[in-house]
Design a protein around this ligand. Structure first.
Ligand SMILES: *[C@@H]1O[C@H](CO)[C@@H](O)[C@H](O)[C@H]1NC(C)=O
Ligand SMILES: *[C@@H]1O[C@H](CO)[C@@H](O)[C@H](O)[C@H]1NC(C)=O
Ligand SMILES: *[C@@H]1O[C@H](CO)[C@@H](O)[C@H](O)[C@H]1NC(C)=O
Ligand SMILES: *[C@@H]1O[C@H](CO)[C@@H](O)[C@H](O)[C@H]1NC(C)=O
Ligand SMILES: [Zn+2]
Length: 590
């Protein structure tokens, strides 16, 4: 097994380096080189896999060896026959390339058709308040990206089913959720969602009411789904950018954190240094020299790259990197912490055998940086680092902060849940391929309470206007992450002696900041160092003392806001929940 681990490490390094070279410099040449290397690596991995089969590992006595073999035995798309594997990488790359290179025309100037998702459209959604302009960008992006991927996606689905079969799974969804190591995973997360849904609906009702007042009932109905283009984000997945419209206490503090950052001359590098400093303060690892030399923190002017922020482990000791087209603002400061959380995990588990150099599950990996960012966005910490004035403690200040946080963390929950619900339904044939767009909007309406700003038909394909759908990245990990990061945060606050669950009024959970607390950092480090060497339930127990996912800590964190929203909505007769949409999303093609 040791030999296997060493060999597979070398192969992983080769494949990941090739992907990095391509994603950080998109050219036809680099694409060909990458695909050649991936094919080679895939062949070698298959040969190694055949050797593994010579062992009777399913009957091994050692639980640890058995676990290593089980993980090693999962080959992913490499398990496909050579011709299908080739088709798989070509299909996913074709979709990713359409997505990365898609451009749309300026709303005011139809001869300028060079606007990109990042930074142009992202910024447009954050700042524009003209519904007609937003509608234009919303539709144009989907025409330029998702719509063009529909045929490719049909092929992709067939190949994903074949991949599950090739890895000896009859149910492609069970295979999809392999790393969550639980037979009840699907019902578990459904239960978590049901626990969270009433809170989401209060927030949804509150936000819809503000948008209705701002835009009028010709744009936003009082009790229907919210049109998806008005929420400050291309997918309506996080709503922090419309805090100014929604939040009655917005502007109580003199400048927003973004304005402060710009005033103080923040750069992407300074944002990265600030994140690193937090990890350092709690006795975790600083970023190695390779990180600073090889990361891409700003969008290069001389070439196309895949801008979607990501963290890379080249599987070669300290060769870890972030690739991110960083903009200087508060939201991106959060993203920087998120990505660095991945890097910290890589560095903490680098001593594990290769098969265990993963998160306890993929949700854990996504949660680490966010857990740190929850500390950073407290008023206490923001004033400590000079991005907000000294913390006030009035009721209004508390609601102001929690509402701002909820526009990202709570608004996201149904989206995090439905992206994979959608793919599971397609993989299982619950959704047939004639109804791909219709099924998408059914879920968007059911869980998020959103509707498209213009009618849709089966000539469209809006799911593929989202990065993770075209690039074959599972998504339920983000839902899991948004729930468990509050479990982690609470556990660390308790460890740091800053939170006592029996007296939440005296030291509210949302005010805790573990900066500089090495006891909390050491507890986190202990869990990170385990990698995937034990089932995630064990890792969860190390840090929280319990073995399950639980939405309780999230609800505890937001308790003052939940009470306030419920009361406000009642007081002003604001409808909660939504009537069916009047838009058409389920018409026939053409
Ligand atoms: C990008 O890749 C091309 C090869 O396709 C190469 O000629 C060029 O130097 C690379 N650019 C950078 C900045 O690495
Ligand atoms: C279009 O031009 C008007 C007038 O100059 C300006 O106010 C508006 O912000 C522009 N809209 C967009 C989407 O650029
Ligand atoms: C419209 O866009 C074109 C192409 O980018 C540019 O040359 C032109 O100056 C723009 N016109 C206006 C009025 O901004
Ligand atoms: C998780 O387990 C704890 C105790 O072990 C229990 O109190 C709690 O209700 C459980 N939560 C969920 C969501 O199952
Ligand atoms: Zn991530």
């Amino acid at each position: 097994m040791k030999e296997f681990n060493q060999k597979s490490e070398k192969l992983a390094n080769k494949a990941i380096a090739a992907s990095w070279n391509y994603e950080s410099n998109i050219t036809d040449h680099n694409s060909r080189v990458k695909n050649e290397i991936l094919k080679e690596v895939s062949k070698e991995k298959k040969a190694m896999w055949k050797e593994l089969q010579r062992f009777n590992w399913k009957n091994f006595k050692s639980a640890d060896l058995k676990r290593q073999f089980t993980i090693a035995n999962n080959l992913g798309s490499t398990a496909l026959p050579d011709d299908k594997f080739k088709e798989f990488i070509e299909t996913t790359e074709a979709m990713s390339t359409i997505y990365s290179k898609a451009t749309v025309c300026d709303f005011n100037n139809k001869t300028n058709c060079e606007l990109r998702l990042e930074p142009d459209l992202t910024e447009a959604f954050a700042k524009l308040r003209d519904p007609e302009a937003l509608k234009h960008y919303w539709s144009a992006w989907r025409d330029a990206s998702g719509k063009k991927c529909r045929q490719l996606y049909l092929r992709y689905i067939e190949l994903k089913k074949a991949e599950a079969k090739a890895n000896s799974f009859d149910d492609p969804v069970k295979y999809w959720n392999f790393d969550f190591e639980s037979d009840t995973f699907e019902t578990d997360i459904m239960k978590l969602w049901e626990q969270l849904q009433p809170f989401y609906q209060q927030l949804h009702g509150f936000v819809r009411d503000k948008l209705y007042r701002k835009y009028g009932e010709n744009v936003v109905s009082r009790d229907g789904p919210i049109p998806a283009h008005l929420l400050g984000n291309m997918w309506g997945q996080s709503w922090g950018n419309i805090n100014d419209i929604v939040n009655p206490f917005y502007g109580r503090t003199t400048l927003s954190a973004t304005q402060e950052m710009l005033k103080q001359g923040y750069t992407p590098l300074k944002m990265a240094k600030l994140s690193e400093d937090f990890f350092k303060s709690i006795n975790l690892t600083v970023m190695p020299k390779e990180f600073w030399e090889r990361s891409i923190l700003e969008q290069p002017k001389d070439r196309d790259i895949v801008c979607h922020a990501s963290a890379w482990d080249l599987q070669d000791g300290d060769d870890v990197r972030i690739k991110m087209c960083t903009e200087v603002n508060e939201e991106e400061l959060g993203v920087m912490h998120h990505e660095m959380g991945h890097i910290e995990y890589f560095l903490q588990y680098k001593g594990q055998p290769h098969v265990y150099r993963e998160g306890a599950n993929s949700g854990f990996h996504e949660a680490i940086g966010d857990t740190i960012a929850l500390n950073v966005v407290t008023d206490k910490h923001m004033s400590k680092i000079g991005l907000k004035p000294a913390a006030q403690r009035s009721k209004e200040d508390t609601i102001n902060s929690l509402l701002e946080t909820s526009l990202d963390k709570i608004a996201f929950l149904p989206f995090g849940f439905l992206i994979d619900q959608y793919r599971w339904d397609v993989l299982r044939g619950v959704t047939n391929t004639e109804n791909l767009e219709c099924a998408w909007w059914k879920l968007r309406e059911k869980y998020q309470g959103l509707e498209p700003p213009v009618d849709r038909s089966e000539a469209d394909f809006d799911p593929a206007a989202k990065y993770h759908i075209v690039s074959d990245v599972p998504y339920v990990r983000y839902f899991v992450s948004f729930v468990i990061q509050f479990q982690f945060y609470k556990a660390l606050c308790v460890e740091a002696g800053q939170y006592n669950p029996s007296t939440p009024d005296q030291t509210p959970l949302h005010e805790c900041d573990i900066y500089g607390n090495t006891a909390a950092g050491n507890l986190l480090g202990k869990m990170l160092q385990m990698g995937s060497s034990k089932p995630w339930q064990d890792a969860m127990e190390v840090i929280t003392g319990q073995r399950n996912m639980d939405a309780g800590p999230l609800m505890e964190y937001f308790k003052p806001l939940i009470d306030w929203l419920t009361e406000e909505n009642k007081k002003h007769n604001v409808p909660v929940g939504w009537k069916p949409s009047k838009r058409h999303s389920c018409s026939r093609k053409g």
